[in-house]
Design a protein around this ligand. Structure first.
Ligand SMILES: [Zn+2]
Length: 487
């Protein structure tokens, strides 16, 4: 069997001021995609499963960018064209038996609010009905029936942090093989709930208990998959919401019934998703009172992983004003300051204007004088989520300002694990407070070492206070924005 592998993955925050061009995408073509084997990513999982089953792989194009603004139309048209051309070429060289796609689910292109629907329809139109097409997606997708009808199976990761991407991709490959061996056609129903789910981890609380119900529902005979798409609330499109996506072995009524049943369960528990937000001052008070060290504090509202710039100064400013001791912050994105530190060298003392340069929303620049303690090229291997994948933060520097070790990076990324700290010689377990920018992915790398995790929700593009964003295109009424919302 020959399995084509392709993907365009982007979580689009339509509130970002700049569009995302092609050059912001990491792009792998042809055989270079095979380098992802052995990583705990979707494409890595698909490659490994194909290898285990002895399937031949036809790698076409895989491209992914940090969450950011709406994708430029030109960039998407180019990637889509390459995938379609690659499939045509692949078919000319021998029959393609199945297609695996890595998608996100929350991709928005200039003029196209449903990237995944558009792409999967075009692929289906090209290859016809006979070829199985499955996809592994991020649970933050705002997915549509259009996409589901073009695919034979849509497997969202179950976990947030997304530590099961590779396992879900493996299931997507298995479904292709199952279809080819047993000659059946799955059906998928997408049930959308008028509910914006704030980013919610599945490691604890309502996220964990709800996930358990979804996974239990998969045990019903004839059910292939139940995917709970939390949706991505930082986007102003008609498709925004929560989604239950059920795939069965051909029974459409069963898929719809089960999806509606799970959607009602989610809706009835909605109040438990309403987030409690602490300001940076409240969060730091809570950290001071906490006996278990280190306290790990995530500034949820400036998460590059949701499209925020990562250069916000709200939390760091509060820490400096309090003159906190034995604390570290990893990291603030500011390529200018990182370069300044690299030019000055280890041992130098430099005066900088740090952060808050991208917009007026994430604070004002901090005027600081700091000692350059360590420098690093920013290239590292991911240790927890996406384990084994490469990550480049650009030049990074460790500046010591009073009792705070501040890490400055050059490229936008959230903090996933202790990699950036290790790179500049910081053992986080020796600190009282470890601050970082992330919504929940950091939990995969920090939950075991943290005495306590406390979330600071400062003003920012990925605040938990999702009702603050203007909504011109979303279907209304919508929970928690409108009292009239109903399901
Ligand atoms: Zn996600």
């Amino acid at each position: 069997m020959r399995i084509a592998i392709a993907g365009i993955s982007h979580e689009t925050n339509t509130y970002c001021k700049d569009p995302t061009p092609a050059e912001d995408f990491f792009q792998l073509r042809g055989e270079r995609i095979l380098k992802m084997a052995g990583t705990e990513t979707s494409t890595g999982g698909a490659l490994d499963r194909c290898h285990e089953l002895g399937l031949e792989v036809v790698p076409i194009l895989f491209t992914i960018a940090q969450p950011s603004g709406t994708i430029e139309r030109e960039a998407y048209d180019q990637f889509k064209g390459e995938i379609l051309d690659g499939l045509k070429r692949g078919q000319q060289l021998g029959a393609i038996d199945g297609i695996f796609l890595e998608l996100h689910g929350a991709g928005v292109v200039q003029g196209i609010t449903d990237l995944e629907g558009d792409l999967t329809q075009a692929i289906r139109h090209l290859v016809g009905e006979a070829i199985p097409i499955t996809a592994a997606l991020d649970l933050h997708g705002n997915v549509t029936q259009v996409m589901a009808d073009a695919l034979d199976g849509a497997f969202a990761c179950h976990l947030y942090p997304h530590t099961d991407m590779h396992l879900r991709a493996s299931e997507a490959i298995d479904l292709i093989v199952d279809m080819l061996e047993h000659d059946f056609r799955p059906v998928t129903h997408v049930e959308t709930i008028p509910m914006l789910v704030p980013t919610t981890t599945t490691m604890l609380g309502i996220g964990k208990s709800m996930l358990k119900k979804m996974i239990n529902a998969e045990s019903e005979a004839g059910v292939i998959d139940v995917s709970w798409f939390h949706g991505f609330p930082y986007t102003d499109i008609p498709e925004v919401g929560g989604h239950i996506v059920v795939t069965t072995r051909g029974d459409r009524e069963q898929a719809e019934r089960l999806a509606k049943q799970m959607a009602a369960t989610l809706w009835n528990e909605r109040e438990l998703f309403r987030p409690m937000s602490l300001t940076s001052e409240q969060a730091l008070d809570a950290a001071t009172a906490c006996k278990k060290k280190p306290v790990v504090m995530n500034e949820v509202s400036d998460n590059c992983g949701c499209g925020a710039p990562g250069d916000g100064t709200h939390l760091l400013r509060s820490m400096i004003e309090r003159d906190l001791q034995n604390t570290c912050f990893g990291f603030v994105v500011d390529a200018e300051v990182a370069l300044q530190a690299h030019e000055a060298g280890v041992g130098a003392t430099i005066t900088v204007s740090l952060g808050a340069k991208e917009d007026d929303f994430h604070g004002t620049p901090l005027k600081l004088t700091g000692y350059v303690k360590a420098l690093h090229d920013g290239r590292m291997t991911m240790l927890a989520m996406n384990k084994g994948a490469k990550l480049s933060l650009g030049k990074i520097a460790r500046l010591v300002v009073g009792g705070i070790d501040i890490i400055v990076g050059s490229k936008r990324s959230q903090t996933f694990d202790i990699g950036p700290f290790i790179a500049v010689g910081i053992d986080v377990t020796e600190y009282d407070l470890v601050a970082l920018k992330s919504s929940h992915h950091f939990r995969a790398g920090f939950h075991e070492l943290a005495g306590e995790i406390i979330t600071a929700d400062t003003p920012g593009l990925s605040t938990h206070q999702i009702e603050r964003f203007p909504r011109h295109n979303a279907g209304r009424p919508l929970w928690p924005l409108d009292d009239a919302a109903n399901y």
